[in-house]
Design a binder for this molecule. Structure first.
Ligand code: CO8
Length: 258
């Protein structure tokens, strides 16, 4: 199962993305599994909050599964981006608190997933980035919007245009991460400690706070549609074919701008 759920006595649903051989990359089955779990969390009163994490020490999520989208049509790419955007929006709008516990690489769709959560806690070894440009691509799961909201437009553009990976400490310094801890055990402990504190508050006040904060970042008012359109436009270029082929062949891409 690519999405594992466990439930503890405090009412926290721990959702673990588990595809260790692919650094927990988000393939279709994982995205579908994640949607099912989040929808269930909306409806099931046993679950009072969600901690979202990745299996193992190496990766939270290393992005969308690059091997799955090498031969998309523009229409399919647009639909896939919109589908992912709507799942991440479901997470962002969840009336129960959602904490990302980031244990390693949070890249591309993985960084976008962490940003859709209400807050982010990371281990020292975590690395954040939007490396899509290395593939001749742009972020497609809300990253162009949420990164700018969290760290400001200038820093967001620097990260998106260079594709650079940054450390957990750098991510904290720019406001992408709330807290950084040393080990995986400390990560789980702090995520639960913050969750437990939130769970002592009035659940309605928590839900209404999330709703009110999110209202200032309206899905309709922002550029999600433009992101999906430009993501789709990128997927039918020679550069995208070269970028993804080079990743799979483990070599540097040679881009031509076509
Ligand atoms: N997709 C598929 N497979 C992956 C991915 C990925 N994103 N990341 C890693 N893997 C696989 C590798 O191919 C490798 O598999 P194999 O053993 O079969 O060769 C395995 O995981 C281990 O990875 P590495 O050997 O590369 O491990 P390293 O420690 O050497 O490197 C890195 C780790 C730096 C994280 C490296 O794996 C990497 O650069 N990964 C890709 C990161 C990336 O570019 N992510 C962004 C993807 S694009 C994206 O997320 C767009 C979001 C919107 C999509 C919209 C949907 C259509």
């Amino acid at each position: 199962m690519p999405v594992i759920k466990t439930h503890n006595s405090s009412g926290t649903l721990v959702v673990t993305i588990s595809r260790p051989d692919a650094l927990n990359a988000l393939n279709e089955a994982t995205m579908n599994g994640l949607r099912d779990v989040i929808q269930e969390a909306y409806q099931n009163d046993t679950y009072r909050g969600i901690i979202l994490t990745g299996d193992g020490e190496k990766a939270f999520v290393a992005g969308a599964d690059i091997k799955e989208f090498t031969s998309l049509t523009k229409e399919q790419a647009f639909e896939l981006a919109q589908k992912g955007q709507s799942l991440f929006k479901l997470i962002e709008d969840c009336p129960k608190p959602v904490i990302a516990a980031v244990n390693g690489f949070a890249l591309g769709g993985g960084c976008e997933l962490a940003m859709a959560c209400h807050m982010r806690i990371a281990t020292e070894n975590a690395k954040f980035g939007q490396p899509e440009v290395n593939l001749g691509l742009i972020p497609g799961y809300g990253g162009t919007q949420r990164l700018a909201q969290l760290v400001g437009r200038g820093k967001a553009l620097e990260l998106i245009l260079t594709g650079d990976m940054i450390s957990a400490q750098e991510a904290k310094a720019i406001g992408l991460v709330n807290h950084v801890v040393g080990t995986r055990a400390e990560l789980d402990e702090l995520a639960q400690k913050i969750m437990d504190k939130i769970l002592t508050k009035g659940p309605l006040a928590v839900a209404l706070s999330i709703k009110a904060v999110n209202a200032g970042y309206g899905f309709e008012k922002n550029g999600y549609q433009a992101e999906a359109e430009n993501f789709a436009a990128a997927t039918v270029t020679d550069d995208f074919r070269e970028g993804t082929t080079a990743f799979i062949e483990k070599r540097k891409p040679v881009f031509t701008g076509k």
